[in-house]
Structure formats: structure tokens, C-alpha cells
Design a protein around this ligand. Structure first.
Ligand code: TMP
Length: 231
């Protein structure tokens, strides 16, 4: 259970032309804000970019999102939860992510397969190898090129979330659950070079700068273009 799990071996990666960047973290880490900032920056620089999210980014996503993390008090079994996230991913990858990547564009995605490994695997205790395999099947072997994991102490994340008001099914999980999820992310990052662990407590602007620099490095490598500075 504690060995680092690789979401995919490099040879199994799906072929694609664009760049796939994901944002990960526990609740309250600020990943959605940072994704939006990067999206705006790339747009300003006229780089073709699409932003999306899981669960819920496809045309069927809203219904699946509501089923799996909505506000209903009804219980869902661990495996049902896993397969709902995977079903959402399959539709999302097929309908939104792959077509965008095949047009040579950048996709910024708020959560992807690492969320399943950390929440359903490390958090709920479902076998990590089962998740790694089904993740790959559900995503047509798609693995992100770059992943930003915004890390912060669980209590701080939950404090931020609870200040926002209405809580969904996942927001109500225990501190113990989120500690396992956070440890899961750190474990994944140990085995995956693409995952950059960032201090989510640092100044928002500095974090934005760091994310921009990492993205810029990848873009210059893959597209042979320089983004210059963040302004
Ligand atoms: P968010 O959209 O506000 O980040 O909330 C999504 C919730 O769903 C969050 O608690 C993490 C959870 N989640 C999983 O448990 N597994 C997954 O595979 C995904 C994509 C999300």
C-alpha cells in the first residue's frame, strides 16, 4: 500500500501533440485560482489554451459530478464512487481533452488521475494497482505532461473550505481522511518527476510566478517558443 505507484509507464502514454497540465491538491489549496491565473496569462500571450475540470468537465459531467460529490446525504459505496469518477474521466478525455490536444493546444485541467489515486486509493483504501490500471483504461492511457501539486497543511485547507459555506459530500470528510490524501500526493510526487510540489501557503503572486516558470520551461522544450516574463 505504501510503495509509490506510477499512473503509467512512459511507453504506455497516449500519443498527443499538445501539452496536458493538471492541478492537484486537497480542498482549500488554491489550485483553481492558480489554474485560472495561468489560463489568463497564456491567453494574454495568445497561446491556444483550454481550461477544464474533473469531475464534471464533459457534456455529461454535471450529472456525474452531482451524483458523486453533490450535496445529497445518500451513501455511496467506495467502488461505486471510484467507477463514477472513472466514467466521468472517460467521457471527459474522449470529448474534451484528447480533441484539444490533437489540435496542438494546451489543456489545463483542475484534477485528473492523481486525484483518484490519492482520494480513492490512499484515502479510501482501494487497491492502488487496481486504480492505476483502471485509471489508464478510463483515460486512454493519457498521463499529464506536468502536474502542480499545491501542498498545504490539512487543517489550513479545511479552515479555508469551511469559511466558504456550503459543503459537498467530500468536503465533509475527516481530517484523518485528508491527511491520508495529502500523504498520498507526496508519495506520488516521490516517484513522478512530472509532479511539482509547491508550497500553497506562500504568497499568491510568488506561486503564480513559479507555476508560470515551470510551464514556460515545458513550452520552450516542446514548442520551441519562449514566453518571456510574467508581467
Ligand atoms: P473540486 O472540484 O472542488 O476540487 O472537488 C472535487 C472533489 O472530488 C474533491 O473532493 C476531490 C474529489 N475527487 C476524487 O475523490 N476523485 C477523483 O478522481 C476526482 C477527479 C475528484
Amino acid at each position: 500500500m505504501d510503495k509509490p505507484v506510477s499512473p503509467a509507464s512512459p511507453s504506455s502514454k497516449t500519443s498527443k501533440k499538445g501539452i496536458f497540465i493538471t492541478f492537484e491538491g486537497i480542498e482549500g489549496s488554491g489550485k483553481t485560482t492558480q489554474l485560472d491565473l495561468l489560463y489568463q496569462t497564456l491567453k494574454t500571450k495568445k497561446i491556444p489554451v483550454v481550461k477544464t475540470f474533473e469531475p464534471g468537465g464533459s457534456s455529461h459531467g454535471e450529472k456525474i459530478r452531482d451524483l458523486v460529490i453533490g450535496f445529497s446525504q445518500k451513501k455511496i459505496s467506495k467502488l461505486t464512487e471510484l467507477f463514477l469518477f472513472l466514467a466521468d474521466r472517460t467521457q471527459h478525455v474522449q470529448e474534451i481533452i484528447l480533441p484539444t490536444l490533437s489540435k496542438n493546444q494546451i489543456v489545463l485541467c483542475d484534477r485528473f488521475s492523481d486525484s483518484t489515486l490519492t482520494y480513492q486509493g490512499y484515502g479510501r483504501g482501494i487497491d492502488l494497482d487496481l486504480i492505476a490500471k483502471t485509471n489508464l483504461a478510463a483515460s486512454f492511457n493519457l498521463v499529464p505532461d506536468l502536474t502542480f501539486f499545491l501542498d498545504l497543511p490539512v487543517l489550513e485547507g479545511l479552515r479555508r473550505v469551511r469559511k466558504r459555506g456550503k459543503l459537498n459530500r467530500m468536503d465533509k470528510e475527516t481530517v484523518f481522511f485528508y491527511e491520508k490524501v495529502r500523504k498520498g500526493y507526496l508519495k506520488l510526487a516521490e516517484g513522478e518527476k512530472r509532479i511539482k510540489v509547491l508550497d500553497a501557503l506562500q504568497d499568491k503572486k510568488k506561486l503564480q510566478q513559479e507555476i508560470f516558470q515551470q510551464t514556460s520551461k515545458l513550452l520552450s522544450k516542446r514548442f520551441n517558443c519562449s514566453l518571456e516574463r510574467l508581467t
